[in-house]
Design a protein around this ligand. Sequence first.
Ligand code: GLC
Length: 434
Amino acid sequence: MFDKEAYEKRVKWFTEARFGMFIHWGLYAIPARGEWIRSTERISIEDYEPYFEEFDPVDYDPKKWAKLAKQAGMKYAVLTAKHHDGFCLFDSQLTEYKSTNTKCGRDLVREYLEAFRAEGLKVGLYYSLLDWHHPDYPKYNDWNHPMRQNPAYADEKIDFDRYLDYMHGQVRELCTNYGKLDILWFDFSYGEMKGEMWRGSELVKMVRSYQPDIIMDNRLEGGGDAFGSLVTDSPSDFCGDFVSPEQIVPPNGIRRQDGTPVVWEACVTMNNSWGYTQRDKNYKPAPMLIKKLVECVSKGGNLLINVGPDARGNIPEESVNILESVAVWMKRNSASIYGCGLSDLEKPDYGRITASADGKKIYYHVMEPQIGFVPLHGVKKEEIKKIRLLADGSELKIADSWIITSYPDLVFVSFGDSPLLPDPCDTVIEVELK
Ligand code: GLC
């Protein structure tokens, strides 16, 4: 039975945080052609083994990662504890295929959790439901497995339940050996591989028994394209707590079938790759990511921006530089992000609107310079307590000019004599209501 009150209590911090760091890291950082390389290049376990033998991230310092995330204004992070290749970044007792058995000999998850908690960030772990290393995971007829349609596996006998025992056992390890976790980010379901095929009800019940306040994504039911039963009037036991649109900002946000808003988080790469991809230099510029964060919040959602550290354990310089630029804007304007969400006011043609949860503060995000005055749609003069330029707290007086005589019901402000915006990316006006 879906407990609405418990749900809303559980997701409160998440919907206030709005902004997080996704971290895709593992053996695939060495070939540096993305985290799906075993599948896309049909690489056998044997041919992938050299990366396990070689993995030694000598520069790994999660404290640096945590400081970068915090400085950028991110309030939480999610690290891949195990991706589809089955390599565990944590000291699992259920496998030898783990970071503590590589040259580095380190429990990378434990160090990440400690470092990010120390910076005051909430901590999450991504855990792949798929496992291309485990002998009992389906191969020949699977849609994604590196050995799919390989005749050598056509008659292979596997015990999928034995894999599920392993998968549940590892999730239990993560939920019991690493302190309080705030997010468990499963990935992903496809075809028949969903829901109870993962023994989903049992898995979620077990997770909640150890981590009662944890929130989970919706991918026990689907992939980055699916909303799942969370948006229906009959959510399943494994519907998760938020919808996880991938590489898209939902055009109209995401709502339940009854029209009420649902918790969602868009996950987006900074270039076009989740795992480190050396040749992928297609980075999104900081102003674009700032505007996408504002767009997500204006539609009632979160943004999880991904970094893919390299084989040495460094976040790519391009990503660092972009996040340092995002930090400058967030330092001045984060009040329009944290604890904010969608407003009923109509989206202005020059940008977007975010609003505080109590509706008492409305943030007009001006992303396109206006000729002369800036209209503040949807608010009346008599409702307004004060108007401020959020970045520096300076007063913006309601404009009074012959130019706007024909718009008596519209409130206008001016940024002064320059035709340009004070902040060319997004100049935020804070309107506090009485
Ligand atoms: C897709 C990718 C997977 C990545 C995930 C992040 O499922 O296949 O590699 O971890 O998106 O949302």
